[in-house]
Design a protein around this ligand. Structure first.
Ligand code: FMN
Length: 370
């Protein structure tokens, strides 16, 4: 990594003020196009790697047979159609989720469907699971090898045809089966706040039926469940009991908060037309607390992926010490710049050293271990 502090300043003083004047979805799409272009050119990939990537053996872990060179991943929803898998390892990420991918093509909700709320350091997201669908993506990704672990996030197609329980389960199962030869692990996203018919599979009884169906599909890949950040401890306890009975290896904690009336969201910057879930700082504490409760309840019986409001190495480390084996982000990168990933990894090595840990795995759950 070269001069991260200068990169940080350049992003915040020069680039971000321009980007933040333009439509957020347009900028998102533009970054995907730039990322695809950079990824297709090996010289450019090498330059990006020199500029951004930070590596240190203390950040490496083997989790469920998968090797992670560092614990910082890209969360689901940024690379919906798996277009950035070539460039993101060079940007410094240790893994990523692609998708969420649904049973059929999803055009998403009507625009506008993405808003910045800079004073609150968050985004309001109402994409509604826009993606090409499992068939096209399986075809695009078949026989592809990735330079780092890739998780396939599966969700239910966002339309009226998947509203009944049976149709919903069928849709998940179809996407799961179709994507079964792609990537290294699955994430079952039952917590999208923006899909037609709500989040029926956050209900323990319905989740039980969904997992029963998925248990029947052969795969060697680990399976994680992505839960809503608004899940209460009591609700989480019920989901854990269901997960224990099925082929679930971990939890991704967590998806967007629906509570943008929260005191952490500066109300004056919320556009009247905005709806959806909120990412970033407003969900940070909720996610930290849920990770802590999950770890205190299950210890290391399940893998925990901590996500929500990571803007610095300290934010990532807090989640790790609360019990997260891995962390993910999107919003932090948008507010701080792409050098944030290297900065977090470098910062983590310093925090580990300060606490006397030789490897990131030793810090997982340290807040609750004697
Ligand atoms: C633009 C955007 C799109 C998202 N789409 C998805 C999605 O398709 N599937 C999913 O599981 N989560 C999705 N999320 C939620 C993120 O994966 C993550 O849980 C949330 O943004 C919190 O992390 P952050 O504060 O670092 O952004 C999306 C978030 C953003 C900002």
């Amino acid at each position: 990594m070269i001069l991260p502090k200068l990169q940080n300043k350049l992003y915040k003083i020069v680039l971000k003020p321009i980007l933040f004047k333009l439509d957020p979805e347009f900028i998102h799409d533009l970054f995907i196009k730039i990322g695809v272009l950079l990824g297709s050119w090996s010289l450019m990939r090498w330059k990006i790697k020199m500029l951004y990537q930070f590596r240190d053996s203390s950040l490496e872990q083997n989790i469920l047979g998968i090797h992670f060179t560092n614990p910082v991943g890209l969360a689901a929803g940024f690379d919906k159609n798996a277009q950035l898998t070539k460039i993101l390892p060079d940007v410094g990420f240790g893994f990523q989720e692609i998708g969420s991918i649904t049973g059929r093509t999803c055009h998403g909700n009507a625009k506008p469907r993405l808003w910045r709320i800079p004073k609150s350091r968050g985004l309001i997201v109402y994409y509604g699971l826009k993606n090409k669908g499992c068939k096209a993506l399986a075809k695009q990704l078949q026989d592809k090898t990735f330079n780092y672990p890739v998780g396939v996030s599966i969700a239910k197609t966002n339309d009226q045809r998947t509203v009944t329980e049976e149709q919903g389960i069928k849709d998940y199962a179809h996407a799961f089966k179709t994507m079964k030869d792609v990537g290294d692990f699955f994430v079952i996203n039952t917590s999208c706040p923006n899909a037609f018919g709500g989040e029926p599979f956050s209900d323990p009884l319905k989740l039980e039926k969904l997992l029963e169906r998925l248990d029947k599909i052969e795969t060697n890949k680990p399976i994680f469940l992505k839960i809503a950040v608004d899940t209460t401890n009591n609700e989480l306890d019920q989901l854990i009991e269901v997960a224990k009975k099925h082929r679930v290896h971990g939890f991704v904690v967590a998806n967007l908060t629906k509570n943008y009336q929260s005191t952490l969201v500066q109300q004056e910057e919320v556009p009247k037309t905005a709806k959806g879930g909120v990412s970033g700082k407003p969900m940070q504490q909720l996610s930290d607390d849920l990770i802590a409760h999950l770890y205190q309840t299950v210890g290391n019986k399940f893998v925990i992926v901590g996500v929500g409001g990571i803007f610095s190495a300290e934010d990532a480390y807090r989640k790790i010490k609360n019990g997260a084996n891995l962390v993910e982000l999107i919003t932090g990168m948008i507010y701080e710049g792409p050098q944030l990933i290297g900065e977090i990894n470098q910062g983590l090595t310093k925090l580990l050293q300060k606490d006397g840990y030789k490897n990131i795995a030793e810090a997982v759950g340290a807040n609750f271990r004697k």
